[in-house]
Design a protein. Structure first.
Lengths: 298, 169
């Protein structure tokens, strides 16, 4: 079938004689049938003025507009301000910034429909301008990426650069740790002079200033389902994560600093999370408002 | 200066709202298949626009509310199964038809419903904007922030995918 004519038909510019020619194709007849059924789909009515009233009720009617009469020189000044601010916002709109607070995650869509889930206490920025050719963004903190196929996609962090083509991967770049996990496709990680290529299930970790490759057996990071997962990590790191997920202070008493923890804890319920961590480690906890005390069992 | 009018003025905001709300609601409706949720998301996007009126120019208002609404939709945790219903009184003539024919038509309609729910949300949105709302490629491309060629491709790919799905169900 002629793609140009098909486009014309879909775009509503097909002539009657061209239509007759298209009807020769059995596939086009099927398209016509689909089209006639789709046109019968129910598109619920929407009354704009009713919606507007609704919206105003929600906003409360406190905002009243004021009309100020301007002298001619004020008009000139106002025009200058508008021209300047238009320029400013045009510039500002080229760079996009997103930040999450403690205990908050955010899902974002990039201009090419790639998705990013930004974990708590993280910052992401990119330039919307020329995005299709130059897919490059900066990350502080942790984020999970699902990248649509296209040009090279670069994630710059303080520790290293992650380069991909189209894939799913997680980047964690916190104060003393840098971790990249590949869940689908393939990912390149660069740190100083080391370059590692990750396949699905691989993980790159920074240890003692060296980039190492390890195996990881999950298909998605736990935190996007509100869980924090650890594999043989020091108790110190677990406490850091607890602090940032729940926005709390942690005090320890008589705890062996060499303790290590393997497992997950929920990011939704502090009490459950504390139980999950303390029980296997033989610890106890006490909660007093925003202060949590961890101590060894006697 | 028409395009740079201040959205913080109620008159201008009302104008922007009235010109965009129906398309925006439909756009989200095509993604999620629920008119109530689509309406809530569209309203919330306009509340955000009002709250940020000083930062958004009239020219940018459209892409602003579409982006906010898309992100609100993505941030909803549970995406339920998408089902679109047919109008009660159909435009196709069904008078004086044999019961067999009517049954076949009904089955075909159900197959199409299922096939639609299997399209990717991106394909379905562009396709339904074109077929149900009757929008031209140019308008769809502008709304989705893609090229006309890409819009055409999404729509014709969706059509072909539907055809194959219906055949295989």
């Amino acid at each position: 079938m002629n793609d140009k004519l098909l486009d014309k038909w879909l775009n509503g510019t097909l002539s009657t004689s061209e239509m007759e020619a298209m009807k020769e194709h059995p596939v086009f007849m099927e398209y016509l049938k689909i089209d006639s059924f789709v046109k019968d789909l129910d598109l619920p009515a929407q009354d704009a003025s009713e919606g507007l009233n609704h919206l105003k009720q929600q906003l409360g009617s406190e905002q009243k507009t004021k009309v100020i009469k301007l002298g001619w020189w004020l008009k000139v000044a106002a025009a200058a301000v508008i021209v300047l601010s238009v320029g400013y916002f045009y510039n500002a709109s080229l760079s996009q910034d997103f930040s999450t607070q403690l205990a908050q995650t955010q899902t974002l869509q990039l201009p090419d429909n790639s998705q990013v889930i930004l974990n708590e206490n993280s910052h992401l920025s990119f330039k919307e301008n020329n995005w299709d050719e130059n897919r490059s963004l900066s990350l502080k903190g942790e984020a999970y990426f699902e990248v649509t196929k296209g040009a090279v996609f670069d994630v710059h962090t303080e520790h290293g650069t992650v380069t991909v083509l189209g894939t799913k991967f997680n980047v964690n770049d916190r104060k003393d740790s840098f971790e990249v996990v590949c869940y689908e496709g393939s990912v390149g990680v660069k740190f100083k002079n080391t370059y590692l290529k990750l396949s699905p299930g691989d993980k790159a970790v920074l240890r003692n200033d060296q980039l190492l490759s390890e195996k990881k057996y999950t298909t998605e990071p736990g935190w996007i389902h509100n869980e924090s997962t650890f594999h043989n990590r020091p108790i110190e790191m677990i406490m850091e994560e607890l602090k940032s997920v729940y926005d709390i202070n942690i005090i320890t008493k008589n705890i062996d600093v060499d303790l290590r923890y393997t497992g997950s804890f929920t990011n939704l319920d502090l009490e459950v999370a504390l139980k999950t961590i303390t029980l296997p480690l033989g610890l106890e906890y006490a909660i007093d408002n925003k202060n949590v005390t961890l101590f060894a069992k006697d | 200066m028409e395009d740079e009018k201040d959205i913080c003025s109620e008159v201008q905001f009302d104008k922007v709202y009235s010109s965009l709300v129906v398309s925006l609601r439909n756009y989200i409706y095509f993604k999620c298949g629920s008119k109530d949720r689509a309406y809530d998301i569209a309203q919330e996007a306009f509340i955000k626009l009002w709250q940020n009126c000083a930062k958004v120019t009239s020219k940018k208002a459209k892409s602003y509310v579409y982006t906010v609404a898309t992100n609100l939709f993505l941030n909803e945790v549970a995406h339920e199964k998408v089902v679109f219903n047919y109008r009660k009184e159909t435009t196709r003539s069904i008078n004086n038809q044999s019961p067999e024919y009517l049954l076949e038509e009904k089955e075909y309609g159900e197959k199409l419903q299922r096939a639609l729910s299997q399209l990717t949300e991106i394909q379905r949105t562009a396709f339904l904007m074109s077929r149900v709302e009757g929008k031209k490629y140019r308008e769809i491309a502008e709304t989705l922030g893609i090229s006309e060629k890409a819009a055409g491709k999404r729509i014709s790919d969706a059509l072909e995918t539907l055809r194959q799905h219906i055949e295989n169900i």
